[in-house]
Design a protein. Structure first.
Length: 396
């Protein structure tokens, strides 16, 4: 697919979505193009591709779900959205991306979803083989019609398949958080695609984003049911050893060190329990991005994950500091999770092993290593093992 020179941030997204033999993408404003997108804020620092189908659609792409954004981002989007609504987006001097030819993904999705046309607003993230382009779909009236996630390499295709399967079987009731449901799971031009229904328009950004919402974590872990009896960790260890076959041999001593005579409550985890995957809605919580959901893990993994990932992604802290944040969160919330101090430390160490294995599996699937987590997690586990060897050997 011919592409005129673009910055690396934009080029990978364009290729993942539009790469087809009959498609050409150019960084110019061609009124005759099949699709046109305003690039916000620039080609080099692109963060968002705004469909230029009509002022109504462009404004909707900026203003829909703006209550989920941080205040500064919300204000900026509102201002540009108002300009778009009155046809004055040109005042921003945003460059334009023109897409020529076909077949094109938005056309395919419109046909599959029974819509005459759909327009895609596209988020742009830094180049990363773990990232999946996400298309927010609007109809001609500017109404949200869904979110499309695009798997474009082996690792991300597997993640899209996993989310589609999870959404098809989520429980309801018992405190389990509602989630936008699956509208479509399909394949097109080598891509794996899941379209999730749009969120309610009234969703709002969560308050106190570092609060893990323990009651909801427990409802997820127990699938809306009652607590289950603690069981030995042997099943977890066996699963890890199978997943670690052929992996970096440095992980095996850490798995062996956690093969102890200890009982824990096991259950599900969301797998990416972070504030940017949840919203306030009708006095409760709406939760999305279920692609990393798994069963058979120690209760408390989601609490550790929120603390670790918030420190890593929001505060930019190194992996060792993030691990200490996970320790602190489990110490604070452990009693409500049924974890005494010994089990809190076990769950924290187990979470770090699980996170490394997940990173390894993404790499093996073609997504490459996350440099924030490898080899940093192995170094963190080495330091923690050297600092503390008090994991009990007696049954508890």
């Amino acid at each position: 697919m011919p592409i005129s020179p673009l910055g690396p941030r934009l080029a990978w997204v364009v290729q993942a979505i539009f790469e087809n033999p009959g498609v050409t993408v150019t960084a110019d404003d061609d009124p005759a193009a099949t699709l046109r997108y305003a690039v916000i804020p620039s080609l080099e620092r692109a963060r968002f591709l705004l469909p230029l189908a009509s002022p109504r659609v462009t404004a909707a792409a900026l203003l829909a779900y703006n209550a989920l954004r941080p205040p500064k981002v919300r204000a900026g989007r509102a201002a540009v959205g108002l300009l778009a609504r009155v046809g004055l987006l040109g005042l921003t001097r945003a460059p334009v991306l023109s897409v020529h030819g076909g077949p094109l993904l938005p056309e395919f999705l419109a046909e599959q979803l029974g819509q005459e046309r759909l327009h895609a607003a596209i988020g742009v993230r830094p180049p990363d083989p773990h990232h999946k382009p996400t298309l927010q779909l609007f109809d001609d009236a500017g109404r949200p019609r869904g979110y499309a996630k695009i798997g474009w390499n082996n690792g991300t295709r597997a993640m899209v398949r996993a989310e589609a399967a999870t959404l098809a079987g989520l429980p309801t009731g018992g405190g389990f958080p509602p989630a936008p449901r699956l509208r479509l799971h399909t394949r097109w031009q080598g891509r794996e695609i899941a379209v999730i229904e749009p969120m309610p328009r009234t969703v709002k950004r969560v308050r106190d984003p570092e609060n893990p919402r323990v009651d909801t974590v427990l409802a997820v872990a127990r699938r809306g049911g009652p607590a289950t009896d603690p069981v030995p960790v042997t099943g977890l260890i066996a699963t890890w050893r199978r997943r670690a076959a052929g992996a970096d041999p440095r992980i095996h001593p850490f798995i062996d060190a956690l093969d102890v005579d200890l009982r824990l409550e096991f259950g599900d985890w969301h797998g990416d329990w972070v504030p940017w995957n949840m919203a306030r809605h009708r006095g409760g919580l709406l939760v999305w991005d279920w692609e990393n959901r798994a069963a058979g893990v120690p209760v408390g993994f989601d609490v550790a994950h929120l603390a670790f990932q918030t420190a890593l992604s929001t505060h930019g802290r190194p992996a060792a500091d993030c691990a200490r944040s996970a320790d602190a969160a489990l110490a604070e919330h452990g009693p409500r999770l049924g974890l005494d101090p010994v089990r809190q430390r076990y769950v924290a160490d187990a979470y770090l092993v699980e996170l490394w294995l997940r990173t390894h599996e993404l790499s093996a699937g073609g997504a490459g290593w996350n440099p924030k987590l490898h080899p940093a997690l192995l170094d963190v586990l080495t330091a923690r093992s050297a600092a503390s060897r008090d994991v009990p050997r007696a049954r508890r």
